[in-house]
Design a protein around this ligand. Structure first.
Ligand SMILES: [Mg+2]
Length: 231
């Protein structure tokens, strides 16, 4: 794999423990524990129904809430829905002001920097803030390029996101590799433009059956990519 010297690194779920922040913030809503709420929201609603049937509503939180009530077999409650939206906004704020980084991620970024890789932070939104919070906490700027959906003008689920980013770094697809935890935004679109991709599967999940591409490698800890890349 030594031909790839540019790495597109996802942020939430890969470097930053967004799931933990989310679970703590939503704990108790609709009588669900943070863990239960997170699982239903993420796997049934977001990655299940939204990714499969309503990709155009990817960022529409109110619509997510409507699906949540439907999933739970309860009638829609606007007040609770508003409360969920507020709690999610607070969680997003918390993630910015008090981020919770995975220790293996920071060590991996340091080693990749030392080994001369070009690192690109590749995320949905708020890329400048995310990079800034890491710089503040670790006293170091790990990334040569910052990419986000507003900046590139494409959703991270779209192959054009990756094509546009590759142009900006001025490398060919085979010279770059995408690393991240979400099959639909970190792996599938990268593979569609002929990049290689490593799926970070921290929780030992199954690869989605209906996805027609597979990652080149799967790891459950980010540190594993260092030996993979140097092979
Ligand atoms: Mg992610």
């Amino acid at each position: 794999m030594c031909s790839e010297k540019t790495i597109f690194m996802d942020y939430d779920g890969t470097i930053h423990d967004w799931d933990g922040v989310f679970k703590r913030s939503l704990n108790g809503v609709l009588g669900l524990s943070g863990e239960e709420f997170f699982d239903i929201w993420t796997y049934r609603i977001h990655r299940g129904i939204i990714h499969e049937e309503y990709l155009d509503k990817h960022d529409n939180i109110e619509f997510h809430c409507q699906l949540l009530f439907e999933y739970l077999g309860e009638s829609y409650d606007e007040q609770i829905s508003r409360n969920i939206i507020e709690l999610l906004q607070e969680a997003q704020e918390k993630a910015k002001t008090m981020p919770d980084f995975f220790p293996d991620a920071i060590q991996t970024l340091r080693e990749l920097n030392e080994n001369g890789y070009t690192l690109c932070l590749s995320t949905g939104t708020g890329v400048e803030l995310k990079a800034e919070s890491m710089k503040k906490m670790f006293g170091k700027n790990f990334f040569s390029f910052l990419f986000s959906e507003p900046l590139l003008g494409y959703l991270k689920t779209e192959p054009d996101y990756y094509l546009n980013a590759l142009q900006r770094v001025n490398v060919k697809p085979y010279e770059a590799i995408s690393v991240g935890d979400t099959p639909l935004s970190d792996i599938l679109p990268a593979k569609m433009v002929n990049m290689r991709a490593i799926w970070l599967n921290r929780r030992g999940e199954k690869w989605p059956r209906d996805l027609r591409v597979k990652p080149d490698f799967t790891v459950n800890n980010l540190l594993e990519i260092i030996s993979l890349l140097s092979k």
